[in-house]
Design a protein. Structure first.
Length: 410
């Protein structure tokens, strides 16, 4: 044990030792003719008082030891033994459950033993002088010995009950403190959980914003780049060149409006009916040949599904423009059944180094665009599949998305 621990322990025991010393001083002042039994009563009572708070069980055993020595030595009751009332209080206030029960049983048991000892000592118990059990009980109850024992029992029972009350009051206060602490912990946990949810929401919004800007800007720049490249190969045709420039300006203007909308709104821009067809037309105007095929009966979609379908098709076409061959057509197929199946297939430009990350089969984690499509589809219960096929003549890249339409009426 360290010196600091010993110091703390000595400070904790100081009040109890002081109380024991005070009892010892009272006993010395009361000292009658010195005998081993008298010294045992005085020192034992002082020790029991000192142990009452820190070791109530030990204090109870010391009291019983003093009691036995006192009876065997014939020592009369002493004034210093009034301090045993404090021991009775301590056993119920600070003792274990077993100590509480033993101390409670000890009070009447000790009173009975003292009473019998006093009666025998006075040669009072003379059975032939009594007419019967009731007469015997009446005579015994009316003696000074019975009154003395009753007084001593009450003297101990009062502090014992007071200690019991203090014990349960302390438990109630501790329970209230624990309840307050638990409520504070719950409030802190709720506050931290709310903050965590708010942080997660903000991060989701940031990720959504990044995906929206990526989709809008990526598609528009891909179309503008394709149109600008195609303008280099136009013959000496001023009108054709003007038309191409007007298309570039229109694409840039539309992209700027979409970006402004994304940055100033917390909601997904909701496409209007027919805008998926406009996406296809924009790609065609950039010089790419696009084959659009509808299987089944097209139907209007709810705004949230329409937005997902629009953004997913937009990203598919962007990838086809960026990584596909210009001399090969882009195939776009929409199948309208229980779910909308969007498929975009294009020939892979082997000279494009950026095609490599997109060649994984059956995954939606080839890049920011594919990851964004996968997240959008997952948010409405859809799924994405990408696949590259290496054929004899060329390689093709196919992106397929499924959007559930079970809740959509035809």
């Amino acid at each position: 044990m360290t010196s600091a621990a010993m110091t703390r322990r000595s400070h904790a025991w100081a009040p109890d030792v002081g109380a024991g010393m005070a009892v010892l001083a009272v006993g010395v002042a009361e000292l009658t003719p010195v005998s081993l039994s008298v010294l045992t009563v005085i020192v034992g009572t002082a020790a029991a008082v000192a142990f009452s708070r820190r070791a109530p069980g030990v204090a109870l055993m010391v009291v019983w030891a003093v009691y036995v020595v006192q009876l065997l030595g014939g020592t009369p009751p002493m004034l210093v033994q009034v301090a045993i009332a404090y021991v009775a209080f301590g056993t119920t206030r600070w003792g274990s459950t077993a100590t509480v029960w033993l101390s409670g049983l000890s009070i009447p048991a000790a009173g009975l033993v003292v009473y019998l000892a006093l009666v025998v000592d006075q040669s009072f118990f003379d059975v032939p002088t009594y007419g019967g059990p009731l007469d015997l009980a009446f005579r015994l109850v009316g003696t000074w010995q019975a009154v003395t024992v009753l007084f001593a029992t009450l003297l101990l029972a009062g502090p014992w009950l007071l200690g019991l009350v203090a014990r349960y009051d302390a438990r109630a206060r501790q329970s209230r403190v624990s309840q307050v602490a638990a409520e504070q912990d719950a409030a802190t946990a709720h506050r931290e959980a709310t903050q965590a949810l708010e942080i997660a929401r903000l991060r989701d919004e940031q990720a959504q914003l990044a995906r929206d800007v990526h989709d809008v800007v990526g598609h528009s720049l891909a179309v503008i780049l394709a149109q600008a490249e195609s303008a280099q190969f136009l013959p000496d045709d001023p009108e054709g060149l003007k038309k191409t420039m007007r298309t570039i300006a229109s694409s840039a203007r539309t992209s700027l409006q979409d970006v402004r909308h994304v940055l100033t709104s917390t909601q997904e821009p909701v496409p209007h009916p027919g805008e998926m067809e406009e996406l296809v037309e924009n790609v065609r105007s950039s010089g790419h040949d696009v084959d659009l095929v509808d299987v089944g009966t097209p139907r209007p979609l709810p705004p949230e599904l329409d937005a997902v379908a629009y953004r997913v098709l937009q990203e598919m076409l962007t990838n086809a423009i960026r990584h596909g061959r210009r001399d090969e057509p882009i195939s776009v197929e929409r199948q309208w059944h229980d779910e909308l199946r969007l498929e975009v297939r294009n020939a892979v430009d082997e000279t494009d180094d950026e095609t490599a990350p997109m060649t994984a089969v059956g995954t939606a984690h080839g890049g920011r665009g594919l990851d964004g499509m996968g997240r959008r589809l997952a948010s409405v219960g859809g799924r994405l599949h990408v696949q590259r096929r290496d054929e004899d003549a060329s390689a093709t890249f196919t992106a397929t998305a499924w959007i559930p339409l079970r809740a959509v009426q035809a």
